[in-house]
Design a protein. Structure first.
Length: 430
C-alpha cells in the first residue's frame, strides 16, 4: 500500500470517528457501549495507520534521495580519499601567493584537468570538497568576519544566515557529471501500434518514433572578496564556513534555474519548459482548491506519466494558504487542503521560496506557482568541477591586502519528458 492509500485509509477512519462523536453531541448524550467500542477500535486502527504512514514516508524519502545520482564519487577510492582531505582555504591561500603547503590541492587540480581534458583558468575544486563565505575581519553590519578571530570565541555557537531550502536533487533529479561535449539523449516519442486482424489477414506495419533532448554547457558563478587575515587567522574552522557558503550559493543557483530558468544565458527550468501541463484557476488567478489540485495530478495521469519520483513543489505562501483552506467549503469534516507536514494529496510536497510568488496574469499580480511532476525526469548535467580563480591583484582588494575569488561552474538541465510535469501558475495567497 503506497503513502497516498495509507493516508486515505486514515482519513476514512478519522471521518467515521468524527461521525460517531458528532452524532452523540447532536443528540446531547454520551456514547453508547457499542459506539464506545467502535470508537476505540477505530482509534487503534488510526494509530496503526499513522505508524504505517510514518514508515512509508521514511522509505519514500530514502528512495527519492537514492534516485539522484551522486556527483561526488569518481569510482577511484584512492582519489576519493584524497578529495575528502582537499582544503579549499589552502588552495585559495596558495593561489594568492601565501606560503602554505598546498601540494595535495595542486595535485588534485592537475588530476581533474587531466580527467576532464580541460585546462583550468584557476584551481579546479572537486564538487565533493564543497561543504559559506567569510568576507572580512572588519566589522560590516551583516556579519562581522572579525567575530571569527580568536578572542574566547564560541565557534560551536556560530549561526549561519537562513537560506532557501535546496530541494531539486532531494526530489530525485538525475545528475550526470564529467561531461565533455554537447549531450544528446534519445527518447521515445511514439510507440509502435498493435491491432486485431481477421484470419489470413496482414498486420498493418507501424514504427516507433524517436526524438532527442540536447544539453550544452552554460556557465554560472560569482565573485567574493576574502581578507588576507581571514585566510591566516580564524576560529572556528574557516574551512567549513568557506565550503558551506560556496556550496549553498551555487546549489541555490542550480535550484533556481531548475525551477524557473529561461532567462538570459540560463538553462530552461521546469516552469519555462514549453509543453508541460498547465492548469489555470481564473482569468486573473484565484485561490487554490481541491478540484484544481486533482486537475493538476490528472495532467500527468492522462499522459500515463504518473510513475516515478512524483512530488509537489511550491513556496511557503501557497503552503500557508493551503493549510487554512478546506477541501470542501464550509465543511471542516473533509479536512484541509494541506493536512500533512510534508505531503499534499498523498504525495510528497517540498517547499522553497525559489518557487516564484511574483507571477502575473492579466490584472492579477503576486501570483504563485505549484508544480507536480516526476522529478526523476529532470536531468542535471555538469561539465566542470568548480573552477576557482584567485586574484590578489584586483585593484579594490589589493589596496586592502585582500584577495578576490571567482567561482565558476558549467552545467545544463533538461526535462526528459514534458508530460512528466504540470503546473498551476496563477495562485493567489493573500
Amino acid at each position: 500500500m503506497n503513502l497516498r492509500e495509507l493516508q486515505e485509509k486514515r482519513s476514512i477512519t478519522v471521518a467515521e470517528m468524527r461521525g460517531i462523536v458528532d452524532k452523540a453531541e447532536a443528540e446531547k448524550r454520551d456514547l453508547t457501549a457499542d459506539e464506545t467500542a467502535r470508537f476505540d477500535t477505530l482509534k487503534a486502527e488510526a494509530a496503526k495507520a499513522e505508524a504505517a504512514i510514518q514508515r512509508q514516508a521514511t522509505l519514500d524519502e530514502l528512495e527519492r534521495r537514492a534516485a539522484g545520482t551522486p556527483i561526488t564519487s569518481t569510482g577511484d577510492q584512492t582519489f576519493d580519499d584524497e578529495v575528502r582531505q582537499f582544503s579549499l582555504v589552502k588552495a585559495i591561500a596558495a593561489a594568492s601567493g601565501m606560503s602554505v603547503d598546498a601540494g595535495r590541492e595542486r595535485e588534485i587540480s592537475a588530476e581533474l584537468e587531466r580527467r576532464s581534458g580541460r585546462k583550468a583558468q584557476g584551481i579546479l575544486v572537486p564538487m565533493a570538497a564543497l561543504e559559506q563565505r567569510v568576507l572580512t575581519t572588519a566589522l560590516p553590519a551583516d556579519g562581522a568576519g572579525s567575530n571569527l578571530v580568536s578572542m574566547d570565541h564560541r565557534g560551536d555557537l556560530f549561526v549561519d544566515a537562513l537560506r532557501q531550502r535546496l530541494v531539486i536533487r532531494r526530489l530525485g533529479a538525475r545528475v550526470i557529471s564529467g561531461l565533455v561535449g554537447n549531450l544528446e539523449i534519445p527518447n521515445l516519442k511514439g510507440s509502435a501500434s498493435s491491432g486485431w486482424v481477421a484470419e489470413n489477414a496482414a498486420l498493418t506495419a507501424s514504427d516507433p518514433k524517436f526524438g532527442s533532448i540536447t544539453m550544452s554547457p552554460k556557465h554560472a558563478g560569482g565573485i567574493v572578496e576574502m581578507s588576507r587575515q581571514m585566510l591566516m587567522q580564524s576560529s572556528p574552522d574557516v574551512e567549513t564556513l568557506v565550503r558551506a557558503d560556496l556550496s549553498a550559493v551555487l546549489a541555490e543557483a542550480v535550484d533556481k534555474v531548475a525551477i524557473v530558468g529561461g532567462g538570459s544565458n540560463e538553462p530552461s527550468g521546469i516552469l519555462s519548459t514549453s509543453g508541460i501541463g498547465d492548469v489555470a484557476i481564473g482569468a486573473t488567478g484565484g485561490a487554490l482548491t481541491w478540484d484544481k489540485i486533482n486537475d493538476l495530478m490528472a495532467e500527468l495521469e492522462v499522459e500515463n506519466a504518473d510513475e516515478g519520483n512524483l512530488a509537489f513543489l511550491t513556496n511557503a505562501k501557497v503552503r500557508n494558504a493551503a493549510r487554512k483552506a478546506l477541501k470542501v467549503s464550509g465543511d471542516a469534516s473533509g479536512g484541509f487542503l494541506w493536512a500533512e507536514p510534508n505531503a499534499l494529496a498523498g504525495y510528497p510536497a517540498a517547499v522553497t521560496n525559489l518557487v516564484p510568488s511574483d507571477l502575473t496574469k492579466s490584472t492579477g499580480t503576486g501570483l504563485s506557482a505549484l508544480i507536480f511532476g516526476n522529478f526523476s525526469d529532470l536531468i542535471l548535467g555538469f561539465w566542470s568541477e568548480l573552477d576557482l580563480l584567485v586574484n590578489p591583484y584586483e585593484s579594490t582588494a589589493y589596496a586592502k591586502g585582500n584577495v578576490s575569488v571567482r567561482a565558476m561552474m558549467t552545467l545544463d538541465l533538461a526535462v526528459r519528458h514534458t508530460e512528466s510535469f504540470a503546473a498551476i501558475k496563477d495562485i493567489t495567497t493573500a
